[in-house]
Design a protein around this ligand. Structure first.
Ligand code: PEP
Length: 251
């Protein structure tokens, strides 16, 4: 089922105590409130178990920001999808542009990560998006299409229907430059059409496609009012309840 979702990506910010404080504060802010979207927070691995215990998981979903492309074994420093799931987290952000750019994540490794996430009952929030040069060369549609095809189109329709997508133009992430609502809508509609070609209109219509890239309290309402924009993946503005709550309430 297509849902409105506002998901925070804390990236490598907040130590455990600070993270718990933020999660608890958000939990308090949402207590007794009805909001028109699912709320998710993507925390560093070491926070997951504590944050999952500290929040009402019916109101706040918890996400890891990555997981391993291997099931288990001699992979020092890695964290498996099964380990993430065992903390109480229900989601995992995969393919974030920072992971692709700084840690060499490829379409192939991401394909494995998505499969393992799904096999362990986690919902992947799968990120796609072009860099500035690709947009300027008008290759953005091709780039995004091939990212989706290369890592997701091996999935069965049943598995694909469990995936959330996040369109994050790399030139808009952490830069203060947001895609215009029209640019976001244009790409989201293109992505949905691409999904419809492969999996049919029903599955395409039921897929949540989030926008990410310098979304904030000031621009969220306009972005979310587009018919194919089902919410946001929020970096900087998810690090304080004062900035994150207005984005949640933009729905
Ligand atoms: C992100 O990291 O996914 C993101 C969208 O960051 P920001 O909101 O800070 O641009």
């Amino acid at each position: 089922m297509r849902k409105n979702i506002v998901a925070g990506n804390w990236k490598m910010n907040k130590n455990l105590q600070e993270g718990l404080e933020l999660a608890t504060e958000l939990n308090e802010a949402l207590k007794g409130k009805t909001v028109n979207c699912d709320v998710i927070i993507g925390t560093p691995f070491i926070h997951l178990a504590s944050v999952a215990k500290a929040v009402d998981l019916n109101k706040i979903g918890v996400a890891a920001q990555n997981c391993a492309d291997k099931e288990s074994g001699a992979y020092t420093g890695e964290v498996s999808a099964a380990m993430v799931a065992s903390t109480g987290a229900q989601y995992v952000i995969l393919g974030h542009s920072e992971r692709r750019a700084y840690y060499g994540e490829t379409a192939e490794t991401l394909k494995e990560k998505v499969k393992l996430a799904l096999a362990n009952g986690l919902t992947p929030i799968f990120c796609i998006g072009e860099v500035l040069e690709e947009r300027e060369a008008e290759k953005h549609f091709d780039v995004v299409k091939s990212q989706v095809e290369a890592s997701l189109f091996d999935l069965s329709a049943d598995d694909f229907s469990k995936v959330v997508l996040a369109y994050e133009p790399v030139w808009a992430i952490g830069t203060g430059k947001t895609a215009s609502p029209a640019q976001a809508q244009e790409m989201h509609a293109f992505i949905r059409a691409t999904l419809a070609e492969k999996y049919g209109q029903d599955i395409a219509n039921n897929t949540s496609i989030l926008y990410g890239g310098s979304a904030n309290a000031g621009n969220a309402k306009e972005l979310f009012s587009n018919p194919d924009v089902d919410g946001g993946l929020i970096g900087g503005a998810s690090l304080g309840v004062d900035k994150f709550m207005p984005i949640i309430e933009a729905f």
